[in-house]
Design a protein around this ligand. Structure first.
Ligand code: NAD
Length: 476
């Protein structure tokens, strides 16, 4: 029986949690402990702007402290509210557990339209918000480590880390108080692209499982698959670029705030991004055909749909008309619980947000470790690795010359083999490994555990199991 009213985002997360918990052997008490949000701090603060005081409302919600620090982004949007922040914090708990990032779940939000303020004003607002959170240890390298989310990015993270350092002058680990920072403020290579890169790795892993591909009524590899991407922001733009430039995916449709673009032969993502940078939207973009009702492209004929903008874009109102057999939730919560049920009944396969967009938190984890170890990845090993491989290549070439074998190594191979791994390569390798292993753990549960009907349920089961084990081992 389908529900008649659309559940809120938090209700959606709860419903999905309950579906998974129903097939697990957990005491009701422990189940409730894991499900509920531990605390939400609401702050209202004033900032003097343009000659008058403006009051802002912000939240930092901690869903679970079974591991510390807790981790989760800070979102700037007018739609931010306590319910949404708590739902996103819960998702962070499960996401971290699923990808084995040793964190509890948290999320923050500021109710603001960042486009209404200039850079200096945003800096004032961000620093003031950060001050309120830092003085309550709601930003702290050991306890609570935010990251960027919708409406925030490296710039905001740089302001926050600087604010923390000013308020904690002797904390040698100050840089680990927030992730997603620019490189010169303690960031890590590959963080900006991480979530989109993770979406690419997730899809690659999905296509390594022919039974899962067949379940989506698809066949073959990613090459040549037709895909629609909603939201060409940080996550969507990287996913669209990597998939089209490296995996042969044809991005036939793009949906943005001000409409959509369509091209059966595939859109040139780099060109669309250049246009958007200059004009702020996709309207009048010479790439493809402009579609004024962008959201209608969610229902277009394609193989893969990638909602990468915001939550609840697939709902009771349009789920029945969504035709993509494979949907990967690059955004958080783009499919409501009601729509999820409709899509599952139609046979669509959904790669859930908890897994699909975990690339960001995975690389954030690497960044946090880098900050705590005070050294960039690869700095100690890279040249040692290069000199060892060079010794092997030299020896092979010497043997070949001595014995008159005439062997020559191809220059491409030689260059690749002789180059030691730098930070970016190591980050991508760690991310790829994480996405593969997490998918395999979901796949295993999906295919073998009685009562588990889909990947989302499997993801919740894996994650809840891990959080439950953590609570049990603490004696709770
Ligand atoms: P972003 O602000 O960089 O990009 C969002 C994009 O969506 C923008 O281009 C915006 O114009 C577009 N958009 C907004 N409303 C739209 C609408 N109604 N229709 C179509 N397009 C619309 O945000 P982001 O960081 O890319 O995050 C996108 C989603 O991914 C969010 O749900 C976020 O929680 C999730 N996410 C982000 C990260 C990360 O590392 N940035 C990590 C995990 C999850």
């Amino acid at each position: 029986m389908l529900q008649r009213t659309e559940p809120s985002f938090r209700e959606s997360v709860d419903l999905m949690f309950n579906r998974a918990a129903a097939v697990m052997d957990m005491s009701p008490g422990l189940c409730e402990k894991i499900r509920v949000c531990n605390s939400t701090y609401t702050v209202r603060f004033g900032v003097r702007l343009r000659g008058k005081i403006e009051t802002f409302t912000g939240y930092r919600s901690v869903h679970s402290e079974h591991m510390e620090p807790v981790k989760g982004g800070i979102r700037y949007s007018l739609a931010v509210n306590q319910d949404e922040v708590e739902a996103l914090a819960a998702l962070m708990t499960y996401k971290c557990a699923l990808v084995e990032a040793p964190f509890g779940g948290a999320k923050g939000g500021l109710c603001i339209d960042p486009r209404q303020y200039d850079e200096h004003e945003l800096e004032q607002i961000t620093r003031r918000f950060a001050y309120e959170l830092i003085k309550r240890d709601l930003i702290n390298p050991a306890q609570n480590v935010p990251a960027p989310d919708m409406g925030t990015g490296e710039r905001e993270m740089a302001w926050i880390v600087d604010q923390y350092a000013r308020m904690n002058t002797t904390d040698i680990n100050a840089r680990a108080c927030v992730t997603g920072k620019p490189l010169n403020a303690g960031g890590i290579q590959g963080r900006v692209e991480a979530t989109g890169r993770g979406v690419q790795y997730a899809l690659r892993e999905f296509f390594r499982h022919p039974d899962d591909v067949a379940a989506a009524h698809l066949a073959g590899t990613l090459d040549g698959k037709r895909c629609v991407v909603q939201g060409l922001g940080n996550v969507g733009s990287h996913a669209a670029r990597f998939l089209s430039e490296e995996d042969g995916v044809i991005v036939v449709g793009i949906i943005e705030r001000d409409g959509g673009l369509w091209d059966d032969k595939g859109l040139n993502i780099a060109a669309v991004l250049d246009w958007m940078k200059e004009h702020g939207g996709v309207k009048d973009c010479p790439e493809g055909t402009y579609v004024a009702d962008g959201a209608s492209l969610l229902e277009a004929d394609c193989d893969i749909l990638i909602p990468a903008a915001l939550e609840a874009v697939i709902h009771f109102g349009n789920a029945e008309r969504v035709r993509a057999p494979l949907i990967i939730e690059a955004a958080n919560g783009p499919i409501t619980a009601g729509a999820d049920e409709i899509l599952r009944q139609k046979g669509a396969i959904i790669i859930p947000d908890m897994y699909a967009n975990a690339g960001g938190v995975t690389v954030s984890y690497f960044e946090w470790v880098k900050n705590l170890s005070h050294i960039r990845f690869g700095r100690m090993q890279r040249r040692a690795e290069e000199s060892r491989t060079k010794a092997l290549v030299d020896e092979l070439e010497r043997l070949s010359a001595d014995k008159g074998l005439g062997w020559t190594l191809s220059p491409g191979f030689k260059q690749k083999y002789l180059t030691g791994s730098d930070e970016l390569e190591l980050v991508r390798s760690g991310l790829d490994d994480t996405m593969r292993i997490a998918y395999q753990s979901m796949h295993e549960v999906w295919r073998t555990r009685p009562g588990v009907t889909d990947l989302r349920m499997a993801a919740y089961v894996v994650a809840i199991d891990r959080v439950a084990q953590s609570y049990r081992s603490k004696g709770l």
